[in-house]
Design a protein around this ligand. Structure first.
Ligand code: BG6
Length: 479
């Protein structure tokens, strides 16, 4: 299909991954355990970690841990990056495993072997002219910080993160221009273990802990922006949120209001602080209603004000329907945002409702509100792929999904949205974050490994691989 719309020159086309979901080698190179290393694989993963009795231990007798081996990127990164280069990637979004650099999180000296690994990875990208886009923390804090310090609710984490972020910024700033501080920072509201390193217990203080944790993350993020700009004023240090475009169930004003309140909290609160540089006025009412009293120390608000994020990176997978009293209304099955079923949308094999127009709305809403560059750093379709004869994978459904979402982005650009780039999620098959499965595949590149870790590990380009290559080659004109 020929799209009669133009993406900006230098548009950053690429793909995205996270260390814990593909590197494997979970104990190699001096790496310490991260929280992801103790989270079992399987569809019940989120249920297991939401149980207040979750014990942060590995139970090999009871569970499998696909993240331990991932797709072995730690050893195959050269071949994998060569495949990205073959597709013509302009950029590659990846994360640094904090526990490779500071294995326990609270050391004073970094682990040189870990630092060297990412030097090699970045050099390999740059060899092909691929710009690395780095997430400093993507759901993989050193386990010790969660167990010993209780994760982000503890202000000491700001100091530990600063040491880690300063170390990687100083080491790589000449190789890496684009950075993001915390992956999906607002996911703290529904998976605080992933993003904040603690279990959401059913106690009166849980909301308090989440907001306090967020406050510490806001400080840590601003410190990284500050450091980045000190090293090189051209470095771009962004925030990263999960955006679930939100619709009211109907035109009932009560539902409209409920939708506005929920959407504002979930989609906007973090970016309001991180981009506009201050706590939004509406949060006072929320804090009052939930009896939240933040420990804000002298200098905190100034730091947040003076060092806002340079751009907004965001993931977009699905939209959400909200109502004042969702009680009896049918919910979507599997939708992370636990929303009401949308009768106008079809869903993926995992129940994630597919809504490209929602992406256009997201881009417009975000740009209207913040007027800073946007970067779609995650989007894609997790599906059951079939390896056919001759090692072919005919993933036309993925091509359709991406075509529709790219078209939505093009329309947003036409409306004046400043969009920096697009990195589709899981450009090479990797372990799913919410279910720990390999079976939920997103890639342009098939990896022959199953949920039990069995398979040859071989890589096979899918049909979408050749399609995306063309998209990049034509700067999005031929989709
Ligand atoms: C995002 C995360 O929420 O969605 C990724 O940043 C994750 O880490 C992606 O993999 C897709 O989710 P899932 O659960 O299908 O892997």
């Amino acid at each position: 299909q020929n799209l009669q719309k133009k993406f900006p020159e230098n548009f950053l086309w690429g793909g995205a991954t996270a260390a814990n979901q593909l590197e494997g080698a979970y104990k190699e190179g001096g790496k310490g355990l991260s929280i992801m290393d103790v989270i079992p694989g399987g569809k019940k993963r989120l249920e297991i970690i939401r149980n207040p009795d979750f014990d942060f231990e590995i139970h090999d007798d009871k569970y499998t841990y696909p993240n331990h081996e991932g797709i072995d990127f730690y050893h195959t990164y050269k071949e994998d990056i060569a495949l990205f280069a073959e597709m013509g990637f302009k950029c590659y979004r990846l994360s640094i495993a904090w526990s490779r650099i500071f294995p326990q999180g609270d050391e004073t000296e970094p682990n040189e072997e870990g630092l060297k690994f990412y030097d090699n990875v970045f050099d390999e990208c740059l060899k092909y002219g691929i710009e690395p886009v780095v997430t400093i923390s993507h759901y993989e804090m050193p386990l010790n910080l969660a167990v010993k310090y209780g994760g982000w609710k503890n202000r000491k984490l700001v100091e530990f993160f600063k040491r880690y972020a300063d170390t990687v910024l100083e080491r790589y700033y000449k190789k890496v221009k684009y950075w993001m501080t915390f992956n999906e920072i607002n996911s703290a509201f529904f998976i605080p273990l992933f993003s904040q390193g603690f279990v959401r217990k059913n106690t009166e203080t849980s909301e308090q802990e989440i907001y306090q944790g967020l406050h510490h993350q806001f400080l840590a993020s601003s410190l990284a922006v500050k450091k980045g700009h000190e090293l090189d004023k051209n470095l771009r240090v962004g925030c990263m949120i999960i955006y679930g475009t939100s619709y009211s169930y109907d035109s009932n004003p009560a539902n409209q209001w409920a939708n506005l309140e929920e959407s504002r909290m979930f989609n906007n609160f973090c970016a309001d602080v991180q981009v506009r540089g201050k706590y939004p006025s509406y949060i006072k009412k929320v804090f009052k209603a939930e009896n939240i009293k933040l420990d804000i120390q002298p200098g905190d608000l100034e730091l947040i004000r003076d060092y806002p994020a340079d751009y907004i990176g965001f993931s977009y997978y699905m939209s959400a329907v909200r109502a004042a009293d969702p009680g009896n209304l049918e919910k979507t099955n599997g939708n992370l945002l636990s929303a009401i079923k949308n009768p106008f949308l079809k869903a993926s094999d995992w129940g994630w409702e597919i809504d490209p127009t929602g992406l256009k709305i997201a881009l417009n809403e975000l740009y209207d509100r913040y007027q800073v560059p946007l970067f779609v750093v995650e989007n894609g379709l997790g599906a059951h792929d079939i390896l056919e004869e001759g090692n072919k994978i005919n993933d036309d459904y993925r091509i359709q999904y991406m075509r529709d979402h790219i078209e939505a982005m093009a329309e947003a650009v036409e409306s004046g949205v400043d969009l920096m780039g697009y990195t589709s999620w899981g450009c090479i098959d990797l372990v799913s974050a919410s279910t720990g499965e390999m079976a939920k595949r997103y890639g342009f590149i098939y990896v022959d490994i199953d949920d039990e870790g069995k398979g040859t590990g071989k890589r096979f380009p899918k049909k979408s691989f050749y399609w995306y290559k063309k998209v990049i080659e034509t700067n999005g004109e031929e989709i």
